[in-house]
Design a protein around this ligand. Structure first.
Ligand code: IMP
Length: 424
């Protein structure tokens, strides 16, 4: 018998912002390494530890435990943002070991400019975070990207900028009518400085993760965004440009799929979405405003108000099909405390046809009318530390999720603090 596999993945089951940061932080206490496998600084998570509240965009949440954190090849990086984040972390006394895969693509200033210009010319049709994510991943696929390994060698960086910059300038100026506030020279100067700064952190993350897994070390893979923002399986085109599914770990880190032993699905007790795109259980008016305020549903990255709605079981069922959850973590249960009754979408009615799963086509999702089950609300005291201490109605709510998916709920978050997490 070989060593028990110890790759654990944390996945958002909805549209992102499920509270992955908190659960990752909680699970990372035991992990040896925390690694990210996709996305960029479009992600944002707030981690509260003791007196510190830190907003992270690039660094995995494990930094708060001084763990070795790794950024896999599937992640795209804005080195200016990473530099700031490291400063913040160091200012509160954390010194994480950091590995950056040299294959990671760099978000260059033209990517941000193109993201903003593209959104403006389309009236913000996707509602992106404007962090240059789409344009950077597009360049990676077009084979016009700059990888972290290129920053380290001045000649290579200079050559790449000379090759790429004129075309980007032309597109920004001639297609979008934009004036740009950077030149090839200024970009070279700044990015070669950043290359020198980060050179010591460049390591083959695929190699190191595999080696550590072989030794039986526990590695936590932290997903960003959520299942329905996946570029293929989300509500295209209202999606991000990477693959936040459990399968993304294999390609984003560079490990075989059979190295993953646990897939933890993070389910917010209700649903939220930032940006545009269909949202079957969305609430409007005062009910939405109250839930948004109570849940502090404002984006970590952009500050935008999140759209809010009831829990949606067809989404979760489909997320389970796509990710293969071995367990679930329910977050923000406390936000629903005090409501007389709650609604949960258990099926959709699409033109008179009842369906149990999230349709593949965005235009069909737009027509989906939730079939609600109304359940009794619950009030939490704020002192619950064990599952047995939860009110019966709260337990029933959790049971409904468990039974609908056939996946056990292992963690329940009842507040933002690390110790406000119930292990079931
Ligand atoms: P992009 O990833 O910036 O291109 O944005 C594409 C879509 O994904 C937009 O609707 C964003 O609001 C959404 N999005 C991107 N990152 C996150 C996230 O971390 N949480 C929630 N939504 C996100």
């Amino acid at each position: 018998m070989g060593l028990e596999l110890t790759g654990i993945v944390v996945i958002g089951t909805q549209f992102g912002d499920e509270g992955k940061g908190k659960i990752t932080d909680f699970l990372s206490e035991k992990a040896d390494i925390v690694a990210r496998f996709q996305g960029g600084n479009n992600a944002g998570h707030t981690v509260k530890v003791a007196e510190h509240t830190v907003k992270l965009h690039h660094l995995p949440s494990g930094v708060m435990h001084n763990k070795t954190v790794m950024i896999g090849a599937g992640v795209i990086i804005d080195p200016k943002v990473l530099e700031e984040e490291l400063k913040t972390i160091e200012s509160i006394g954390k010194k994480p070991g950091l590995f950056i895969d040299p294959r990671c693509h760099i978000i260059m200033p033209w990517h941000n400019a193109l993201d903003i210009a593209g959104e403006e010319s389309n009236n913000g049709s996707i509602g992106t975070t404007k962090r240059g994510i789409g344009p950077c991943y597009a360049d990676k696929c077009l084979r016009k990207g700059i990888r972290f390994e290129d920053l380290v060698y001045e000649r290579r960086l200079e050559e790449a900028i000379e090759r790429i910059f004129p075309e980007k300038k032309k597109i920004l100026e001639k297609v979008y009518g934009k004036k740009i506030d950077f030149s090839a020279e200024s970009v070279f100067k700044e990015y070669s400085r950043l290359g020198k700064k980060f050179a010591p952190f460049l390591k083959d993350v695929s190699f190191h993760v595999c080696a550590q897994l072989e030794k039986g070390k526990e590695i936590l893979f932290e997903g960003a965004q959520g299942t329905f923002l996946d570029n293929d399986f989300g509500t295209y085109p209202y999606v991000t440009s990477s693959h936040p599914l459990s399968g993304g770990v294999a390609t984003g880190i560079g490990i075989p799929i059979n190295k993953i032993s646990r897939v933890v699905g993070i389910v917010k007790a209700y649903t939220t979405r930032v940006g545009n795109g269909p949202f079957p259980t969305e609430l409007q008016g005062k009910q939405a405003d109250d839930l948004r305020e109570k849940g502090e549903e404002f984006g970590t990255t952009t500050g935008r108000a999140r759209r809010v709605g009831w829990l949606d079981i067809p989404m979760l069922r489909t997320a389970h099909r796509l990710n293969g959850f071995t367990e679930l973590a329910i977050t923000k249960l406390d936000v629903l405390s005090g409501m007389k009754e709650l609604k949960v979408a258990v099926e959709y009615d699409i033109g008179g046809k009842i369906v149990k799963n999230f349709p593949y086509s965005t235009s069909t999702v737009e027509k989906a009318k939730p079939v609600y089950k109304t359940v009794k609300g619950f009030t939490l005291s704020g002192k619950e530390k064990k599952f047995s201490e939860l009110p019966k109605e709260a337990k029933d709510y959790l049971k409904l999720i468990e039974e609908s998916l056939g996946v056990p709920v292992k963690f329940v978050s009842v507040g933002p603090e690390r110790n406000e997490t119930i292990i079931c």
